[in-house]
Design a protein around this ligand. Sequence first.
Ligand SMILES: [Zn+2]
Ligand SMILES: [Zn+2]
Length: 437
Amino acid sequence: MKKMLWLAAAAMTVTSPAAAASLQESIRADMPMLMTLYRDLHANPELSMQEVRTPAKLAPEMRKAGFDVTEHVGKTGLVAVMKNGPGPVLLIRADMDGLPVKEQTGLPFASKAMGKLPDGTETPVMHACGHDTHITTWLATGRRLATLKSQWSGTLVMILQPGEERVMGAKAMLDDGLYTRFPKPDVLLAFHDSATLPAGVIGIPLGYALANVDTINISVKGVGGHGAYPQNTKDPIVLASRIVMALQTLVSRENDPQQPAVVTVGSFHSGTKSNIISDEAKLALTVRSYTPETRKLLLDGIRRIVRGEAIAAGMSDDKMPTVEIEEPSADATFNTSPFAEHLTQLFGAHFGADRVVNPKAVMAAEDFSRFWLADKSKQSVIFWVGGVPQAKWDAVKGDTLKLPALHSSLWAPDAEAVISTATEAMTIAALDVLKKG
Ligand SMILES: [Zn+2]
Ligand SMILES: [Zn+2]
């Protein structure tokens, strides 16, 4: 539908210099209000699927801006729709959950919030992934696009998604009728703050952006007994150790070296005492890939190696290890062509080419992928907006391994730069997707 238009318009900015200046001025005027909101959200983070205060705070703001707002979509999600004549449907998503992390930033508005994990344990909560910048940008973009209503035509579907950190909120919203109860999107857009780009720099991965992530729990059975009589036992520690070593060959010997893959055994537990041979060993793995083919190769290979090693150790059929893939898994997030290339050019023309890069994909995960996987005919992009304060970036000469990562208790982005840049980028992207005629 928009393919030809995108290609034809590739080299042009959607906004004239005067319009760009006026957009920046409007965002600047909103900044004090937005930073107040940001600090409030930062001080009051909520755990995945328990976001109650956040959508309740944002709903009236979006109604005020002229959106039709529906709450409690996918438990705690929110959908704000603005119909504005004929044209495509654009979905803009912000995720809104915090993490079970004790904040150590020392910021005056640092979180002291506590929450309860699904198993009932009490935990400190922090916006350690920067989703508070996403929520604030979401409102800022909604306000801008409502004011600029005469300049676009089509439908805006702006969603606040719960439970990203547990990769379950996107599915919850889809299962609750996101694509049937509300206008079905043609184009999907989201952004994430970045701890590996300097503040205000935009990164658009081309193709894969984030990975497939599977968590695997393996229970290796043995036959326990006295440590002095190994001949009467089947030692699950020795068997599980063989399994761990054999798993290393999946990536090194079976996988195509051109296809990124990770198999990490992050946890190995067995036994209680030096002279007792235990009767079970438990392994927990994280398995990461981009393509469905690599994912299948790894998961099939794990099952085969686990069973094969158990047979080699002489385990009977009723004592074969069990391999369980923990739900939910995350599917890789893909930035489609030509939208990703087009946004690179659009943002480059608007912000200057030095503020726009095409970074490599990362092995972390996102459930934004689900909105596209639910209908692959759409165009979809998630882009990064750098949050590393310029002074910190300069101090380490861009070596971000020396700085706090996302999910760190020390992650303190330059929120003002993230929110203003992301709002400007989201607004011009939306004006471009929904341009008149
Ligand atoms: Zn995160
Ligand atoms: Zn995140």
